[in-house]
Write a protein that binds this ligand. Structure first.
Ligand code: GLN
Length: 300
């Protein structure tokens, strides 16, 4: 699902022919503002195209932009006008203070997922030998944040999309992270090839798809550029959560933890299933918007 799907027609030039070929930055702000892109976003896009800081752009509004850069700028502004998320346009998103590379093969990491990372760091000891499994890692956000914070932990991150894993592996390289191993496959399935003693973890963590098809249709404008398979789950968004909760015990040592991000209306359903599957200490954390977001349980 490449973002280019939205480019139904070629980008309309922001400048009509006849205008000067060389243009000052402050004029670019005026024209993209007229087209409907905010000053802030224009500044961020300009900084990306020119490879200079936003402070530098503010300090030199009279700076001239050459026609090559103008072309790139125009095409990025055009993508933004089509409502493509800025993270895909810049090919970058900050998560847990890490700069992560993203593209349309992966979900854009969300700030609410940092709550899950925090919860894991709080509950597991900062000791060598701790083994963590991150299911459906996408860009690698959760696994890499944990790996950076806890270099002595050993982390396995899986994803069924090899395109997503390529992004995660690239991010690990850029961050010089060496304690995450990436495996391709659906949920727990890539682990089944491993010897039994390498299949047990101190925590399983996941931000699986949990949006119902109905909610997706309602929010399509915002979500249309992200991979559907990372967002939508069957059974009104519960299918993957159900699969993970029901299988997790087989991959956890005694007293190990399960951490799951879920949708704003799935708290009761997830906690009920956790208890039914034998988890204790079950509780739920809210995100910064006050919405139920992360379920936690401990294996007996
Ligand atoms: N938090 C995302 C959203 O609501 C969904 C992420 C997911 O399905 N895991 O847009």
């Amino acid at each position: 699902m490449k973002s280019s799907k939205s480019l139904k027609s070629p980008p309309a030039p922001l400048f009509q022919s006849g205008e000067r070929n060389e243009v000052q930055l402050r004029h670019l702000f005026q024209s993209s503002g007229r087209a409907g892109v905010s000053h802030l976003e224009t500044e961020v896009i300009l900084s990306h195209v020119l490879g200079i800081s936003r402070a530098m752009i503010r300090a030199r509004p009279e700076q001239i932009m050459n026609s090559e850069d103008q072309k790139r700028f125009n095409s990025l502004i055009y993508r933004r006008l089509q409502k493509e998320p800025l993270a895909y346009i810049l090919e970058e998103k900050e998560f847990w203070s890490l700069s992560l590379q993203v593209n349309s093969d992966v979900l854009i990491p969300r700030p609410e997922t940092e709550i899950l990372v925090e919860a894991v760091l709080q509950r597991l000891p900062d000791e060598p030998g701790i083994q963590i499994l991150d299911l459906g890692t996408g860009s690698g956000a959760i696994a890499l944040a944990l790996a950076v914070e806890r270099p002595h932990w050993q982390i396995i991150a899986t994803d069924k999309s090899s395109d997503a894993l390529a992004v995660a592996i690239e991010n690990a390289k850029k961050l010089a992270v060496t304690n995450v191993k990436f495996l391709c496959g659906d949920w727990f399935s890539p682990l089944l090839e491993r010897p039994i003693h390498q299949r047990l973890f101190h925590a399983v963590v996941s931000n699986p798809p949990y949006v119902s098809a109905d909610d997706f249709n309602l929010n399509q404008n915002e979500l249309q550029f992200e991979p559907e398979q990372a967002l939508i789950a069957g059974e009104s968004g519960f299918q993957d959560l159900r699969q993970i909760v029901t299988q997790a015990s087989d991959f956890l040592v005694s007293k190990a933890w399960l951490f799951l991000e879920h949708g704003y209306n799935q708290r009761e359903q997830v906690l009920f299933l956790l208890r039914k599957c034998g988890f204790i200490e079950t509780h739920d954390l809210k995100d910064l918007a006050g919405l139920d977001r992360v379920a936690i349980g401990q294996k007996l």
